[in-house]
Design a protein around this ligand. Structure first.
Ligand code: G6Q
Length: 543
């Protein structure tokens, strides 16, 4: 199973796309010329309806994008990804978050061993543990049922569990789940001040168990607990998720309270593993399993659907088109549900840590644009915040609009209003408002002459702003699992086309190294040589 490494700029399709990018067509014209455009540029899959017709593409562009995917051997790459090949070559690892939700019958081999039975053993361990905590049969040091769970982790050991727990708030049980991530001592203290030691369970999540933030927060939480309940309480109140059993032991967590994870799962793709323990505690193991089922369905879709009907492939190729050929710097993610409030932040890590790379898989600097900036916030709130720039600013911002046909609490009146906005915004971004329409509107309001003329330019909307609409039946654990997996595979496809390594994150190392040097200087009289700005700032902090 080879993982291809093809310079995309040398493909035929790349050259074609460069040509097409020179004469972009207006969306309004494309819609006028192609009566069946909406139906042709849509994919219906399970509970997902993806309408990508409001994008700057025509049949030729799309054909060239699919040809590009073929020329960079996406098919071989996909097989290597699912089959457990070492595609994270700079860390010498397989990338197997898909194995965490594979069906029991599958065999996926790492170092000549099928990893699936181990995955199911951990899932069973999660199921049994969560059931005991939820039904109160596993109690605290004082014999009480737990009421609160605190997930201590950062980055991939925090963002996924936090995002999903909030997203599945509707399906939650009585346990209150909290998240501590930042090394900012005020964060840990703000969370702890609301809690009672006797009924609080800590889940320390750290793949390496060496992360400064997580170990500092876990140590502070341990002190808070033992001050109230004594040292022996740790065994009942702390569990850990990690690959580093030695470090967990020296922290004082009992081996039976450890949920293992594997080095073939990257932090930002790990919510499907025991890293998702807080999710399973919050919504119960059955909902957690449904989340995994949804992701598996999307895996199967991505692995099997032809490129033209393959949602992650189409979305990734659109991103490549905008980022690399049309010069877009960013992509907005606008979920029309408050439950997905944290989705943009979660995807920021997934996308920007994975594809924020400037060296190709041959170790050479790339000569084209790669990973884009991802940002966003839920609609309709976002409409009252940054949509002005999307409608009338100077930037090209392709946006994903994610909405649900059904709301969870009923409340049809609200949902109709929400969804009216959802549909209206993509229509407005695409169609805009012409000068003639503005004039007509202003005259109808009684304006004329100079006062009308002065206002006209400010009231025009050029339109032609690209959006992709994901209309999903309902926000359930299953559809959420599929949605997150969809973005995971989109990241993969982009990395393959850009010929970069998506699964390392060396870019986060330098700051960590320098922070450790500076931390050593905090209490010392002597200081290391820094640039004059850093020296000045440190002197001010220490004074
Ligand atoms: C994600 C990254 C990173 C990681 C954190 C936490 O892909 O690897 O965000 O998840 O640095 O690491 P630990 O889980 O090892 O504490």
């Amino acid at each position: 199973m080879s993982f291809p490494s093809i310079n995309p700029t040398k493909t035929q399709a790349w050259k074609q796309l460069e040509q097409f990018a020179k004469s972009p067509k207006k969306l309004q014209d494309l819609f006028a010329q192609e009566p069946s455009r909406a139906a042709e540029y849509s994919i219906l899959w399970e509970e997902f309806f993806v309408d990508f017709s409001k994008n700057h593409i025509d049949a030729d562009t799309l054909k060239a994008l699919f040809a590009l995917a073929k020329e960079v051997k996406l098919d071989d790459a996909r097989k290597a990804y699912f089959g457990g090949a070492v595609i994270n070559q700079t860390e010498n690892r397989s990338v197997l978050h898909t194995a965490l939700r594979a069906s029991k019958k599958t065999s996926i081999r790492v170092d000549d061993q099928n990893v699936v039975p181990e995955v199911y053993a951990v899932r069973q361990q999660i199921k049994e543990f969560c059931s005991r905590i939820i039904d109160g049969s596993q109690t605290s040091a004082t014999g009480q049922a737990f009421t609160d769970v605190v997930n201590i982790g950062i980055g991939g050991s925090d963002l996924g569990p936090a995002m999903i727990t909030e997203a599945l708030g509707y399906y939650k049980n009585h346990l209150n789940v909290h998240f501590i991530s930042n090394v900012d001592g005020d964060h840990v203290m703000e969370v702890l001040k609301k809690l009672t030691p006797a009924t609080t369970l800590f889940v320390v999540v750290s793949k390496t168990f060496t992360t400064q933030e997580t170990l500092s927060n876990a140590t502070t939480a341990k002190k808070w607990l033992t001050a109230a309940l004594g040292d022996t309480a740790v065994a009942k109140h702390f569990v850990a998720v990690s690959t580093n059993l030695t470090a967990i032991k020296s922290f004082g967590i009992e081996p039976e309270n450890v949920f293992p994870m594997n080095d073939w799962v990257g932090g930002r793709f790990s919510l499907w593993s025991a890293v998702g323990l807080s999710i399973a505690l919050a919504v119960g193991p059955d909902h957690f399993e449904a989340l995994l089922d949804g992701a598996r369905q999307m895996d199967n879709h991505f692995a099997q659907a032809p490129l033209e009907e393959n949602i992650p492939v189409v979305l990734a190729l659109l991103t490549v088109w905008y980022t690399t050929f049309l010069g877009a710097q960013s992509e907005a993610i606008i979920p029309y549900t408050q439950y997905l409030h944290q989705l943009p932040a979660y995807l920021q890590q997934g996308i920007m840590e994975s594809n924020g790379k400037s060296v190709d898989r041959n170790g050479k600097a790339v000569t084209y644009q790669t990973g884009n900036i991802v940002w966003g916030a839920p609609g309709t709130n976002a409409q009252h915040a940054f949509f002005q720039l999307m409608h009338q600013g100077t930037k090209l911002i392709p946006a994903h609009f994610i909405g649900f046909a059904q709301s969870l609490h009923g409340n049809k009146e609200h949902h109709d209003k929400l969804m009216a906005n959802f549909f209206a915004q993509t229509e407005a971004l695409m169609s805009g408002k012409t000068e003639a329409q503005v004039r007509e509107e202003l005259s109808a309001k009684g304006l004329s002459g100079d006062s009308l003329e002065k206002l006209v330019p400010f009231k025009i909307f050029t339109g032609n702003k690209p959006t992709t609409t994901l209309l999903i039946e309902k926000l359930t654990p299953k559809t959420l699992g599929a949605l997150v997996a969809m973005y995971e595979h989109k990241i993969f496809v982009e990395g393959v086309v850009w010929n970069i390594f998506s699964y390392d994150q060396w870019g986060v190392e330098l700051g960590k190294q320098l922070a450790s040097v500076i931390l050593d200087e905090m209490d010392a009289s002597s200081s290391v040589k820094h640039d004059s700005s850093t020296t000045q700032l440190l002197a001010r902090y220490k004074s």
